[in-house]
Design a protein. Structure first.
Length: 425
């Protein structure tokens, strides 16, 4: 389309505007902005709500009454389940949190700001400057944490096998003010990239100048396969231990997209040194998290295999949604855009012509379709090329998703035509 004459582009623009105006006239109200599970997915876990019915049901395998105070770092059965899910050597390397792994990540950064980390010489807040490395495109809520705490963000490109590790290694080895790095290592949000074995090993071997540097390994989609071609992720914590870097890694996950997003269970895995340091500080903050919910999850899933069976049911529901979206993109805009086709996770990353992402999202909004704001996948909400759009296909019913995807393609083509015409003026 870029090679069309000016007259031909005007003709295409006229046709696209007519299509677009027809969609606008429908008064639609569709949403592809967040990675929310759909109702059918939420219904899968409904039996969990009736697992605990009596006081006797609330006694764990070790005789503890989970209705009462106590057990700071999670009931033993929950720690055992998450140790298996997170491939952790010992339950002593696990802390069970509340329902949100994002909450646990935030707490760990704030604790580091106030108290420092294990092996650190001072709280991060005492440093002249604090910086975090942020692979891009990435998760907007990670960036918001840094922004809210005044942590400077350094963007590093996310390649097909993970972050640009040449850049990462150089940055952390030279700059002592770099205290952390965000990672979504499997089915990354939004691109769907899974870090290769080589990339994980390079993380394990990092030699940061800052002795209190931490990798925030947000393995949110560790279980979320949608294809038979499952991506396999190396265990970064165990690999890091081999190179004396076990204290450098904080791993996180939750059952937010396994059971209920608002009522799941979150966990972190780290070295025993880190866990013991964190527990001392946690003991002032809380007496413990929701043990009934921990017990509910353990009784319902029983073990890691039970969780994997649940994830297979999730995949059967959302796989057709990804298929419909990819089919429409391939049919309508192969000449003006590219996109990810991940084996798992919750998003498709769409790359439109440079300078067009904000325009596409604006056109979508006017047509009644809410998208993730353009720029959200970059620190400070600024996409330097203005070309990345995150698509969340899991929540809308199939018919609505199809309509939204068709409108998206019209908007992408229209924004592209406008750009090409402006270049010919």
């Amino acid at each position: 389309m870029k090679n069309l004459s000016k007259q031909e582009l005007y003709e295409v623009k006229s046709e696209l505007e007519a299509k677009y105006n027809r969609y606008k006239s429908l008064g639609l109200k569709l949403d592809m902005s967040r990675g929310n599970p759909c109702k059918e997915q939420l219904d899968i876990s409904e039996p969990m709500l009736s697992v605990l019915k009596t006081g006797e049901d609330c006694i764990d395998a070790f005789g503890f009454d989970c209705r009462n105070y106590g057990i700071l770092d999670g009931i033993p059965e929950a720690k055992a389940l998450f140790a298996e899910l997170m491939n952790t050597a010992s339950t002593d390397e696990i802390i069970i949190g509340g329902n949100s792994s994002l909450n646990m990540m935030y707490d760990n950064i704030v604790r580091a700001m106030i108290f420092g980390v294990y092996g650190g010489e001072q709280p991060w807040s005492k440093c002249d400057k604090i910086k975090f490395i942020c692979p891009v495109p990435g998760y907007d809520r990670h960036f918001k944490i840094c922004e809210s705490l005044g942590i400077e963000m350094i963007s590093v490109p996310l390649l097909s096998d993970g972050p640009d590790m040449d850049m990462v290694e150089k940055l952390v080895s030279e700059d002592e003010s770099i205290k952390g790095m965000w990672c979504v290592p499997k089915y990354s949000n939004p691109s769907g990239v899974t870090y290769s074995n080589e990339t994980v090993l390079r993380f394990a071997k990092l030699k940061p100048k800052a002795k209190d540097f931490r990798v925030f390994w947000d393995n949110a989609y560790s279980l979320h396969d949608i294809s038979d071609r499952r991506d396999i992720l190396l265990n970064v914590l165990e690999e890091a231990k081999k190179y004396g870097n076990g204290d450098m890694i904080y791993k996180f996950m939750s059952t937010s997209k396994v059971s209920f997003p608002g009522a799941g269970v979150a966990a972190m895995a780290a070295s025993k040194n880190n866990i013991n340091f964190i527990k001392k500080l946690m003991g002032v903050q809380t007496i413990g998290h929701d043990k009934l919910n921990q017990l509910r999850h353990v009784r319902y899933f029983k073990d890691a295999e039970g969780v994997r069976e649940q994830m297979h049911r999730h995949a059967e529901i959302i796989k057709p949604r990804f298929a419909v979206l990819i089919y429409i993109l391939e049919k309508e805009i192969p000449d003006v855009a590219t996109w990810s086709n991940p084996n798992g996770g919750y998003f498709v990353s769409l790359t439109v012509p440079d300078g067009c992402a904000k325009r596409v999202v604006s056109l979508m909004k006017e047509a009644g379709v809410t998208m993730t704001p353009a720029g959200s996948t970059f620190p400070y909400g600024v996409d330097p090329k203005d070309n990345n759009i995150r698509i969340a296909p899991t929540n809308p019913p199939l018919a609505e998703l199809q309509t939204a995807a068709e409108i998206l393609c019209v908007c992408v083509r229209l924004a592209a035509v406008e750009k090409y015409l402006s270049e010919k003026e």
